[in-house]
Ligand binder design. Structure first.
Ligand code: SAM
Length: 293
């Protein structure tokens, strides 16, 4: 098999198949063996692992995953890539490509189907390793984290700014509702930064690899998850406003209700949403939920 990290090979494969790179599908192919090594090492794969990949592209990362994991299921939306992947993965019987939109995939169901229940709900937890299509980073991450999939670890390449947001602390400019949601489900750690020059074609933004380790137990007790997410979104809805104005502006409840919720929770209404910790958001949402019952 020719090296898929060689720019010449990548161009040749694309040309031989008459493949048209689609920017709209976030197609930027990674061509750096070192970065691929770092991604794969961060996932700590063994032959007992099932690894999902979203967007195998030409198969550069898929090949490495198949060498380390027992089984690889790669979900690719673009059917024009299937003949290429057929070729580039031909010598790896443990790698399978599934043509689908990853936003709509029930990963638990797919895992159970393809492994006769060994992985998935009631079975073992699996991992996901991917160089994500950036135009849908947030919806993909939310789908993967909030659907209750038996997913223990995600190692993903995303835009650098989004990676900064995922691991941001309260008070900083990068801290937002995505930080809170991701940190509720996982412990995020940036593995490495990646310059845009290692992709073909070169994207507009720099990237980072981030590892998200699923928490075995939630860091805070919530009375109702949905209410928690609504309150978090409301608090960040209008960034430069005070907490009381942002919450009232969300239309979820009246100013009086929010004042009494904040009072019961011991939170100063004049604070800004972006200064609240996960614990404070949980207390706020739990009190709001109680008051609504
Ligand atoms: N893994 C390859 C690599 O590292 O070179 C390609 C990564 S490229 C950044 C993103 C890949 O995701 C492309 O192959 C693209 O076709 C695919 N993709 C885009 N939207 C998708 C979706 N909704 N579901 C599954 N795959 C998608």
């Amino acid at each position: 098999m020719r090296e898929l990290t060689s720019p010449t090979t990548v161009r040749e494969i694309i040309k031989a198949h008459g493949f048209k790179v689609r920017k709209a599908l976030g197609q930027n192919f990674l061509m750096d063996a070192n970065i691929i090594d770092k991604i794969v090492r961060a996932a700590n794969l063994s032959e007992n692992d099932l690894a999902f990949e979203i967007g195998p592209g030409l198969g550069v990362l898929t090949r490495r995953l198949a060498q380390e994991a027992g089984r690889v299921l790669a979900v690719e939306i673009d059917q024009n890539l299937l003949p290429i992947l057929n070729e580039t993965l031909a010598d790896l019987p443990n790698a399978e490509v599934i043509q689908a939109d990853a936003r709509k995939v029930d990963f638990d169901q797919l895992a159970a189907e393809r492994t006769q229940g060994q992985f998935g709900p009631g079975g073992k937890a699996y991992k996901l390793v991917a160089n994500l299509p950036y135009y849908i980073t947030t919806p993909l991450l939310l789908h993967l984290l909030t659907s209750g999939f038996n997913l223990e670890l995600l190692v993903v390449m995303i835009q650098k700014e989004v990676a900064d947001r995922l691991q941001a602390s309260p008070g900083g400019k990068d801290y937002g509702s995505l930080s809170v949601v991701v940190q509720y489900y996982t412990v995020p750690e940036i593995v490495c930064k990646v310059p845009k020059t290692v992709f073909y074609p070169v994207p507009d933004v720099d990237s980072a690899v981030i590892r998200l380790t699923r928490r075995p137990v939630p860091p805070v007790q919530l009375r109702n998850e949905e209410t928690f997410f609504k309150v978090v979104r409301a608090a960040f809805g209008q960034r430069r406003k005070t907490l009381i104005n942002a919450l009232t502006g969300s239309g979820l409840a009246s100013k009086e209700t929010w004042l009494s919720v904040l009072n019961e929770t011991g939170l100063d209404p004049a604070r800004r949403g972006e200064t609240l910790s996960l614990e404070e958001f949980a207390a706020l949402a739990n009190q709001f939920w109680l008051l609504r019952e």
